[in-house]
Design a protein around this ligand. Structure first.
Ligand SMILES: [Zn+2]
Ligand SMILES: [Zn+2]
Length: 210
């Protein structure tokens, strides 16, 4: 079973997902938003080993906990990200734009590409490039479990903002159509902020997709 531990962390209440193959105990952290100590403590409590950190995108509120996770896990888990978000990562994920300073954590060393399959224990997880909120935003889709980790592409009843550097409204709408709404209707969408939703629910109720 793919187990999912969920946290809401940081100043803009970002969702962090610690996911694991319960059989092998292999785990990854998707978007360590803040409080890396809390994330690592939960992994230890469950007997899971964090092998990597996967970023949906490089905004500071999705990675401010990466350094603290890496400091507490041996060996430090490598960070995976799409190359088109590297300039944003280099700018501390835009934190200075909001008058903040963060530690972006270890340099990303795994370059994510559209269509790539990532492995977690016995699970395969597909990388889907979904630009528009940022240029290098990706969605992590586990077909076997019917779940997608969407970051800031789509929310329950809303979509990601497109007014920050690298954002583009029409590009985001196209990404949602191609990379989210093309998934099976009952696919769970675990969003970067707010509650989870599903493909079917957003197709009907999301006012931006009418
Ligand atoms: Zn964002
Ligand atoms: Zn966010």
């Amino acid at each position: 079973m793919l187990e999912i531990a969920h946290f809401t962390l940081g100043i803009v209440e970002t969702n962090t997902f610690l996911i694991a193959d319960s059989l092998t105990k292999d785990a990854v952290v998707i978007d360590p938003a803040d409080e890396g100590n809390t994330i690592v403590a939960e992994a230890q409590r469950r007997g899971w080993h964090i092998g990597s950190i996967w970023l949906t995108h490089a905004h500071f509120d999705h990675l401010a906990g990466a350094g603290a996770v890496a400091d507490r896990v041996n060996p430090p888990p490598p960070v995976a990200m799409h190359a088109e978000d590297y300039p944003l990562w280099r700018m501390q994920g835009g934190a200075p734009f909001f008058g903040l300073h963060i530690d972006p954590g270890p340099e990303p060393t795994i370059e994510l590409r559209h269509g790539q399959l990532l492995h977690l224990g016995g699970y395969s997880i597909e990388v889907r490039h979904a630009p528009g909120h940022t240029r290098g935003h990706v969605v992590f889709y586990c077909a076997g479990e019917g779940v997608a980790f969407c970051g800031d592409v789509i929310f329950r009843g809303s979509i990601g903002r497109t007014d920050l550097p690298g954002g583009d409204y029409q590009t985001l709408i196209n990404s949602i159509q191609k990379q989210i709404l093309s998934l099976p209707e009952d696919t769970r969408l675990l969003c970067g902020h707010g509650p989870e939703t599903s493909v079917g629910r957003e197709r009907i109720h999301n006012p931006y997709l009418a």
